[in-house]
Design a protein around this ligand. Structure first.
Ligand code: ZN
Length: 258
């Protein structure tokens, strides 16, 4: 089995400080590729540096909506330059978070558009974070219709109607360990609607350890297997078949090769 953790924050201190061990445990578990995510200027720099150290590790660079208020104009320029780095395979995570509202909504919108523009210019796919802002995220993405290489809605939590809309746009959907939680019956029904050639899996580590290791912190890429197992069952395929399909989807999406 060869899975790719398509959304991991491996520059999180507790993970980065033991990166060799984290990666060894991951490979042991069958999770053999990683996209580490930069969320502000410092994190994107570190993400690229970390990805340079490991084979089959790539980086996405973006400014998380939480940090919109701290982002300087120079950070967007920096992202534009970084987009040309050989290890950068996507722009993000970027988007809107109207749940926490750590940054003013107008700032979030402006920064989201700026990053979509960079993705369009660079021909890179986009990793979207959206929370309590589904309709508006979709309508901002619609402004860039035909210009974006590809889009994934990460840490997916949409309902059936929203899922239909996401799929109708040709976007991808990425599930975290939330799919394994007892309370996630509705999300499990939604997952059945998503074809494997549009589905990806992620830990979003260090957050969201899946059941049955939910109490273990930090979450790390090796734990992705539990998420994959749950999704394989829902889709009625073996874990091997599931991993083959979603890994092919992930490689196509990020234009990467294990
Ligand atoms: Zn994330």
């Amino acid at each position: 089995m060869e899975l790719i953790d398509t959304h991991a924050h491996l520059t999180f201190e507790e993970l980065e400080s033991q990166a060799e061990d984290v990666i060894a445990r991951s490979i042991e578990a069958g999770v053999v590729g990683w996209v580490t995510i930069g969320t502000d200027r410092e994190q994107m720099e570190r993400a690229v540096a970390l990805a340079d150290r490991f084979e089959n590790m790539w980086a996405a660079a973006g400014i998380h909506p939480h940090y919109a208020k701290d982002a300087a104009a120079g950070d967007v320029d920096y992202l534009r330059q970084l987009a040309a780095d050989r290890k950068i395979v996507a722009i993000g995570e970027c988007g809107l978070d109207f749940h926490y509202n750590f940054s003013a909504q107008d700032m979030q919108r402006e920064l989201f558009r700026a990053q979509l523009k960079i993705a369009a210019e660079a021909g890179l796919p986009v990793v979207v974070h959206t929370r309590n802002a589904f309709d508006e995220s979709m309508s901002i993405l619609d402004e860039f219709a035909g210009q974006l290489k590809d889009v994934v809605i990460h840490c997916y939590g949409g309902d059936a109607e929203q899922t239909e809309l996401v799929l109708s746009r040709g976007y991808h959907i990425s599930f975290t360990g939330i799919i394994t939680f007892k309370k996630s019956d509705e999300l499990r029904e939604v997952a059945k609607l998503v074809p494997l050639d549009r589905m990806m899996v992620e830990t979003d580590c260090p957050y969201i350890s899946p059941t049955p290791v939910r109490n273990q912190r930090p979450c790390e890429p090796a734990m992705l297997v539990h998420t994959a197992k749950t999704l394989a069952e829902l889709k009625g395929v073996s874990l091997d078949e599931f991993s083959q399909e979603v890994t092919a989807t992930s490689q196509r999406f990020f234009n990467i090769q294990l």
